[in-house]
Design a protein. Structure first.
Length: 308
């Protein structure tokens, strides 16, 4: 009887299966149904007015009636206008000082509120309260404090520098704006720092303690290096927000005395009231580009995961 054997091809000898074409991603109509109304509202309320404003920045329009195209005239005038230069100088300086003070105090508070102390949860809730109060309400309250309470206190104890309101001094009125703005902004920055500190493994502190590191040494060698991302994000977010300062300034000084504390946002809005529509739209466009560059920098940092 003849024996027959069948030789099976090895896996290498088997023909490769044809590659399947990539499947097209299925469109979720429910997702589009929810997205479309928001997209329409954003386009009508934000995108279209912004594009119209950019267009009118190249005209001599006063906000209504006829207008003519004048090219870059408004933009060139911005760089020689002392009022505009002064507003940018005040806003940039105010934002820089406020972001430093805010993050320094917020970081110290976060360290204290993550330590093993009693009632730290209750203290966190207390320190977060300024964040939920309207800025204009806070400004009017502090306006009364700076205009009435502190001068009366100065009269009582005989301190000359407290007898007059700081809001009426063109050299020091900016200090009140920095204090109130930082007071409201500290809680949000503090919460970010608390989240970052709680994400640091406790084993690192134990290991550094065994190596003989002091509390300051642990702060310098463990805490700060691991918190660099959070610090960077807080600094950028804070600086971007402080550039648009408006409500607190209105409630405290209304841009005064004179124009000593007038921000970019106040300059734009008051210009609209005076009929400088096209000119201030050019100012708003430049301000938008500056804010956009800061936002892109923030996006670049967060996309690289520096906040981890």
């Amino acid at each position: 009887m003849a024996l027959t054997t069948s030789i099976k091809p090895t896996p290498e000898a088997q023909p490769a299966a044809p590659a399947r074409p990539p499947r097209r991603r299925r469109i979720e109509w429910t997702y589009l149904a929810f997205l479309l109304p928001a997209l329409i509202c954003f386009t009508i309320a934000i995108t279209v007015p912004a594009l119209m404003g950019i267009f009118f920045s190249f005209t001599d329009s006063v906000g209504f009636g006829d207008y003519q195209i004048i090219g870059l005239t408004n933009y060139l005038a911005l760089f020689t206008d002392p009022a505009i230069i002064g507003a940018y100088g005040f806003t940039l300086g105010f934002a820089f000082i406020t972001v430093i003070i805010t993050n320094l105090i917020a970081f110290l508070l976060a360290i204290g509120l993550t330590a093993q102390i009693r009632a730290r949860v209750a203290l966190r809730a207390i320190f977060v309260m300024p964040m939920v109060i309207s800025g204009i309400v806070i400004a009017y309250v502090f306006n009364f404090v700076f205009s009435n309470t502190l001068p009366a206190f100065g009269e009582t104890i005989g301190l000359d520098f407290l007898k007059s309101s700081i809001l009426a001094n063109p050299d020091y009125a900016w200090i009140s704006i920095v204090v109130v703005t930082a007071w409201q902004a500290i809680p949000s920055a503090m919460l970010i720092y608390i989240a970052g500190l709680m994400a640091i493994p406790y084993d690192l502190y134990e290991a550094s303690s065994l190596d003989g590191a002091s509390a300051f040494g642990q702060l310098k060698a463990v805490t700060l290096p691991l918190m660099v991302g959070y610090i960077g994000i807080n600094m950028i977010i804070g600086f971007k927000n402080f550039l648009g300062a408006y409500d607190i300034i209105v409630g405290l000084t209304n841009g005064g005395p004179g124009v000593a504390t007038r921000s970019i946002a106040m300059t734009i809005f008051t210009g609209f009231e005076r009929g400088d529509y096209a000119y201030q739209m050019a100012n708003a466009t430049v301000f938008f580009l500056i804010s956009l560059m800061i936002a892109l920098l923030q996006l670049r940092l967060t996309s690289k995961g520096v906040a981890k």
